[in-house]
Ligand binder design. Structure first.
Ligand SMILES: [Zn+2]
Length: 598
């Protein structure tokens, strides 16, 4: 239809015969309307023809500004297609077009912008934030000479945006050796000023899976884009079934500073997120809504009071699914993502931006007024149980109760225990409580377990892709993620892929470096505290895995596996107050060290 409007009307007598310029103009208008993120795209073939027509018109109009404008439109449209269909060919086409545009506008702000978009897309295609870092770094070097780096990027919006993205993607900064090589490439790029950088090759895994129909930043650029304040991560259309889905229950936690609503579903489905501003004339609050495709909410209450930041949750049927509406007390930051197995959609709202820059001050101190201590398991969930029957849930609560007074009396910090008694608290609500408390740090306390009972020692985890998705790390995560202590039979590799996607899309890189730093302090502190009295304490290292309890924590967060309750000697130690006190001391000492800028 679009092309018919643009090209096929030339036979009408009242219309002048189309020239390349008029065709270009009509197609440009069509492309602009399709680039509006609220516009649904027509069938793929039509969009592809339109991008091709734009590229042809650009070539015909020569290397001037008009040609460059058409090239940009073609590139943007291809990029949008890629973010919807995930076909690598579209990304490569767009990268090519952005490169052509950058070369044709040499030395201009627009050239920098084309190169910036090319770099982000190359990173997305590679499915690798480190590739984004590299491409952006080279783009910055390539354009900073022409755009006046001497003025500290102040004169160029494009360079300022790239510099900002690079600083936020700092966790993906290459090693010193790789950085030196990159600096050399950068120097060459600066010299050429124009040469298109080598595009990162596609990775074997598909790009991460933000749903591009929404107003969320796409896939890998989520960690870089300014839109991190409003993050949406939905499963891909082709990753979910086609059958009906039921809303099973709705959990919610609200406070003045933030709230979390968790929608438990019978099967995975996609979702879209929208917002509506407050309408005072009609007495309506600001709202966030989530449309769950194919879902029915029969048998579930249609309205829940929440309190605090979210006044209430309302659930209504729609033609093709269910709409969940949160009536907000104020305009808030929002973040909507899913957790697999069992599938649930998590809606977070907060008065605090999820990504903040909170490095040490000039004196080296960090602001650390509030700490959340999470005693693993509880209530119906015993956690791991030792050979003589010692229960993980009792040990973790006892350690939390020993840490809390150290933090409040000695370090003068406000402390939140995500549970204070032997009660069951779902994993998602633990993070929700810490987020709503505006905790500056989250420490989840656990006891480790191994199948054969031989393993011993101290292990500290941060949330990230596990290095061995079918190995020990993933098994620890599967056990700790199990609902009510019942490990599910799941595909560890598939789960790890999904968790890695969540990690990327929730801006995990930003927090990961800080979490790893806390993990290092805690791990060292634990070994220092235990070994004088227990010299055979084993160092099981700092590891990474996808723990649900750490997903969506908007502060540095670590999971501390104090010792192996499955091992008879470790179990015997865990049963003594002395050992548990030493573990509590080590947590408090690590938190003090982190605050003091260590
Ligand atoms: Zn545990």
């Amino acid at each position: 239809m679009l092309l018919a409007a643009a090209i096929g009307c030339g036979t009408e007598r009242t219309t002048p015969a189309p020239t390349p310029a008029t065709i270009g103009t009509a197609n440009a208008e069509a492309a602009r309307s399709l680039l509006d993120p609220t516009t649904a795209l027509p069938p793929r073939a039509e969009v592809v023809s339109l991008t091709d027509a734009l590229a042809v018109a650009a070539a015909q109009s020569g290397r001037g500004a008009e040609g460059a404008t058409l090239t940009r439109l073609a590139a943007d449209l291809r990029a949008r297609l890629f973010r919807i269909d995930h076909a690598d060919g579209d990304a490569r086409e767009a990268i090519e077009l952005y490169g052509a545009e950058a070369r044709s506008r040499l030395g201009s702000e627009e050239a920098c912008e084309a190169d910036r978009r090319r770099a982000l897309l190359a990173g997305e295609l590679a499915g690798d934030p480190a590739a984004s870092f590299r491409e952006l770094f080279l783009a910055e070097r390539r354009h900073s000479a022409a755009l006046g780096a001497s003025s500290g990027h102040a004169g160029s919006r494009c360079l300022a945006t790239i510099a900002d993205a690079l600083s936020r993607a700092g966790a993906y900064r290459p090693t010193i050796v790789a950085m030196r090589a990159l600096e050399r490439d950068g120097a060459a790029a600066a010299e050429s000023g124009t040469r298109a950088a080598a595009v990162a090759g596609p990775a074997p895994t598909p790009p991460a899976s933000a749903s591009p129909e929404q107003d969320a930043p796409p896939a890998a650029s989520a960690a870089l884009a300014d839109a991190t304040r409003n993050v949406v991560v939905s499963p891909r259309e082709d990753a979910v079934g086609k059958g009906p889905v039921k809303v099973l229950s709705v959990e919610r936690f609200g406070s003045e500073k933030g709230a979390r609503v968790v929608i438990n579903l019978s099967a995975p489905t996609t979702f879209q997120v929208g917002t509506l501003g407050a309408d005072q004339a009609k007495g309506k609050d600001a709202r966030v809504f989530v449309d769950l495709a194919r879902a029915s909410a029969k048998g579930v209450a249609h309205e829940f009071e929440v309190g605090g930041a979210v006044r209430r949750v309302r659930i209504g049927a729609r033609e093709d699914g269910t709409r969940v509406v949160l009536d907000l007390a104020a305009a808030l930051y929002r973040r909507v993502f899913y957790l697999p197995d069992p599938f649930r959609v998590v809606i977070d709202v907060s008065t605090r931006p999820p990504v903040r820059d909170e490095g040490p001050d000039k004196a080296g101190h960090r602001t650390l007024g509030r700490v959340a201590i999470d005693a693993g398991h509880g209530g119906v969930d015993d956690g791991a149980v030792g050979p003589t029957g010692l229960r993980e849930k009792d040990i973790t609560l006892d350690i939390a109760h020993r840490v809390a007074p150290l933090l409040s009396h000695e370090l003068h910090m406000e402390t939140l225990l995500t549970r204070d008694t032997d009660t069951y608290v779902p994993l998602e609500l633990r993070t929700a409580r810490a987020n709503a408390f505006h905790a500056d740090l989250f420490v989840s306390v656990h006891c480790n377990a191994s199948e054969n009972g031989q393993a011993r020692g101290v292990q500290t985890f941060v949330f990230d892709r596990s290095r061995d998705p079918e190995g020990v790390e993933a098994r620890v995560a599967a056990r700790e993620n199990a609902p009510r202590g019942r490990p599910a039979a799941i595909d560890a590799r598939a789960l790890d892929d999904q968790m890695a996607s969540l990690f990327t899309n929730l801006g995990g890189a930003d927090m990961a470096a800080k979490s790893r730093h806390v993990a290092e302090l805690l791990h060292r502190s634990a070994l220092a505290s235990l070994t004088p009295r227990y010299p055979d304490t084993k160092d099981q290292g700092i590891r990474t895995a996808g723990f649900y309890v750490l997903v969506g924590a908007d502060m540095p967060a670590v999971l501390f596996e104090t010792s192996f309750i499955s091992n008879p000697e470790d179990e015997a130690r865990l049963s003594t107050a002395d050992f548990r006190q030493k573990l509590a001391d080590s947590i408090a000492n690590a938190i003090r060290a982190y605050r003091d800028g260590k």
